[in-house]
Design a binder for this molecule. Structure first.
Ligand SMILES: C[S@@+](CC[C@H](N)C(=O)[O-])C[C@H]1O[C@@H](n2cnc3c(N)ncnc32)[C@H](O)[C@@H]1O
Length: 456
């Protein structure tokens, strides 16, 4: 039901643009869902240039992890890796798939939808993710693995599942049914080692890469390069956890200047602080705080200045650069088998993002830069927010980004062609190519970047 309502809403959202481009909106949305169900084939990793200023050393560490991955699977060809031509600290790792020539085994394992999505990104199957398995399965036996794409199956199924399911590859059992269900069930552990995944898309376990490299999506890696922090900047990261972009900004600043990293979630603060510590960064100061209240009402709050870098609130016009990597619907995360998204939650997000944007504008110095990003494909969370910001805050101007790696923004909400060219949009290749009539063929998760400057 949620899925049907959400699909109808998506069609409504994209209909004016599709009409303008003479495209059939039903086909566009159907193709989009099919593309979102697959993983991007290229993964990316950021080398910690503070630890290994020579990127090739980082390359060697990542190579070791990749070779181990290949040894454990039937990767006939070794995975290729290269430094991004425009992002000198980013390694691109080419995956492959779908491998449609795989043989199907008689015995089937059914896993939860989220577990299946992780398998498509290169993970193995762990005990808690299993929903169904045959009784007579033995250790070392080959099985075909399916994901419950409708998210409807109950746990403990014995027979083959006949509901909506997606084939995600073959593996070998490392445990038996008794380890997953019933009184003697183990709570965790490697359950199925994926020997022939449908997609070869190595998941670079963060722990294996330690402080040398950090797996991040390509568009996320573009953000810090576009904001271009300097070693003397005072930077605010309003929604910082788990710290992918904050640690990247801090590294680009060579561990100098000051970054204030705020997040509202107490749980996520732990991973933020862990990542900052892991990379040995001393210029990032983390505070558990709601960024909709990050600005104090007093224009020259002397105590904030004295205690800096102390906790918020901060006076207006206090930061050289502000990053708002906003909480969003995540309509762009891949792979994703199902769209049971609650429409009320989805449509209320833009209002919340506006509240955060308004604080960002207040906290920015004249001449300072604000970067707004989301991992959503929804124009309401992206282009519409740009239009709103420009018409609400006359002191803000949209500026060009560099490097430009993504597609232009969508020509919606009365944005001019010039304005669209100043935006970067990422996502499934066919979807972006169709809607922006671009010759690019970049296939990533959905993402959006806008860069603004506050007039002096
Ligand atoms: C897209 S994630 C940020 C990812 C992060 N920038 C990174 O690169 O690792 C959005 C974050 O916003 C946080 N958040 C949501 N509302 C917030 C608020 N009012 N103030 C501060 N953080 C908030 C969430 O807890 C979540 O961690």
């Amino acid at each position: 039901m949620e899925q049907t309502k959400f699909m109808a809403y998506l069609k409504e959202l994209f209909e004016p643009l599709c009409n303008q481009l003479s495209l059939h909106v039903g086909d566009v949305i159907e193709n989009l869902c099919a593309e979102l169900a697959t993983p991007p084939l290229t993964s990316s990793v950021r080398v910690n240039t503070l630890k290994t200023p020579i990127v090739s050393e980082g390359v060697e560490s990542v190579k070791d992890v990749l070779e181990k991955y290949c040894r454990e699977r039937n990767c006939s060809t070794s995975i290729s890796m290269s430094v991004h031509p425009l992002l000198p600290d980013v390694l691109l790792i080419e995956g492959s798939g779908p491998h449609s020539d795989l043989r199907l085994y008689d015995k089937e394992i059914l896993v939860e939808m989220t577990c299946g999505q992780s398998v498509l990104r290169g993970a193995d199957v762990y005990g808690p993710g299993i929903l169904g398995a045959p009784k007579d399965l033995f250790i070392g036996e080959s099985v075909s693995v399916y994901a419950d794409s409708g998210n409807e199956s109950r746990k403990g199924l014995v027979k083959k599942y006949d509901g909506p399911k997606v084939y995600i590859g073959n593996g070998k059992a490392c445990q038996t049914r008794a380890d997953w269900f019933g009184p003697s069930a183990k709570s965790s552990g490697l359950a199925i080692r994926m020997t022939d995944p449908l997609y070869i898309s190595p998941s670079l376990n963060e722990m294996l890469l330690n402080d040398v490299a950090f797996p991040q999506s390509l568009p996320s890696l573009v953000v810090s390069h576009v904001l271009k922090p300097t070693e003397t900047d005072r930077v605010l990261d309003m929604c910082a956890a788990p710290g992918g972009k904050a640690t990247h900004l801090a590294t680009l600043m060579r561990n100098k200047g000051v970054i204030i990293a705020l997040d509202r979630s107490a749980g996520k603060m732990k991973s933020l602080k862990h990542n900052v510590k892991r990379f040995g960064l001393t210029n990032v100061h983390c505070f558990h705080h709601d960024s909709t209240a990050a600005c104090s009402s007093k224009s020259d709050d002397a105590s904030s200045q004295r205690n800096f870098p102390g906790p918020p609130p901060y006076p207006p016009a206090f930061f050289d650069k502000v990053l708002l990597d906003a909480p969003c619907s995540g309509l762009g995360q891949r792979p994703r088998f199902n769209f049971s998204i609650n429409l009320t939650d989805f449509t209320s997000l833009p209002l919340y993002q506006k509240k955060l944007l308004a604080q960002a504008v207040l906290l920015l110095k004249p001449g300072g830069k604000l970067l707004y990003s989301t991992c959503s494909l929804s124009p309401e969370e992206n282009e519409a927010q740009v239009k709103w910001l420009l018409s609400t805050f006359k002191e803000m101007i949209l500026i060009e980004q560099s490097p430009v790696i993504g597609y232009p923004g969508l020509s919606m909400f009365e944005l001019s062609r010039e304005e669209c060219l100043k935006l970067q949009r990422f996502g499934p290749a066919a979807f972006n190519k169709q809607l922006s009539s671009s010759p690019l063929s970049l296939d990533t998760i959905g993402f959006f970047i806008a860069l603004f400057e506050k007039k002096n």
